[in-house]
Write a protein that binds this ligand. Sequence first.
Ligand code: GH3
Ligand code: MG
Ligand code: MG
Length: 344
Amino acid sequence: MHIVLVDPSRTVVKCVTRMLEARQHEVHAFADGPEALVYMKSCPDVDALITSAELVTMSGMELCWEARLVAGSRRPLCIVLMSSIGDHRKIGEALDSGADEFIGKPPVPEELYARLRAAERVKTMQSELIRLATTDPLTGIMNRRAFFAHAGETFRCEDAARAISMVMFDIDHFKRVNDVHGHDVGDEVLRGVSREAAHDGVIIGRLGGEEFAVLLDGVAQPQAAAFAERLRARIAALHFEAAAGGLAVTCSFGVAERIAGEPVDHLLKRADVALYAAKEGGRNRIVTADAAPLVATPGPTSSIVRATSRASKGPAAPLVPAANAAFDVLVETTPDRGGAGRIG
Ligand code: GH3
Ligand code: MG
Ligand code: MG
């Protein structure tokens, strides 16, 4: 395991490091909490923190708490607090501060090893739970919830000068792929399209069905539209094999750049309205939304995106572009001829 060890005593650090290295653990030792936290922030693969309860500029309890915040809910981290004081109140306080284990100082090697083995088991389970909770099982990319969480974090860290753009896209006439070639081929198309879109290591999520979103951090709308155009062309060039013959698919794209202070769901809404315009305009194209905010009239489904209401062809909560908003059709491609014609 990759372990951060924090103790002000060089002797303790030396002794515990020797114990851990004897079991092939990788140890990074620090004399105090703040420097350990800086390291943990920059190094997301730290598996465990072993800290003394008695530190210099912050208490061991505070470090436990801060380390828990650094790890958040998406990063498994085992925290072990070491203290020479066998005070039960202190043990309770340590556990309440985010520690998983409490161990005497200096630790007895066999106890330390056993606690780390237990930590490893818990970590494996936590990693699997996190993976299941954040990954779309069909495509292996982020699911809707994880994408929103990731976008939310990006938005919180935003520096005012940095552009952020959202690209939403949806496979054209995908229902016909299923109808003509079967659900398994449909699934293969979903995998192929998401693989192509995830190609450059971009932040991509499957928002539902055959609808995807890409978050482009540090990218303004014109460059985001150019990215979408490259992706549109790459997806259109994909070839899928099916019993009834080969097939190709196209996608429609909506692109929007974040207005300062705009929340994730609002930006997605604008990208979705642009996507809707791309569908209306003939599909297999990119439409950018103007930076003007949308006026969402109140309605039962007026949150986030309208994919569901579109898919069901039922009444959608109306989203009305504000007076100065405009749709800008960027890429005029050959309008589709009803989709089925494209499917070989
Ligand atoms: P449009 O061009 O307007 O987007 O038309 P469309 O046919 O792509 O859209 P529609 O919303 O009518 O159909 C989407 C289809 O996607 C219907 C649904 O059965 C299918 N679908 C949703 N999730 C999955 C999945 O996980 N696998 C497969 N194979 N199909 C799926
Ligand atoms: Mg579709
Ligand atoms: Mg759809």
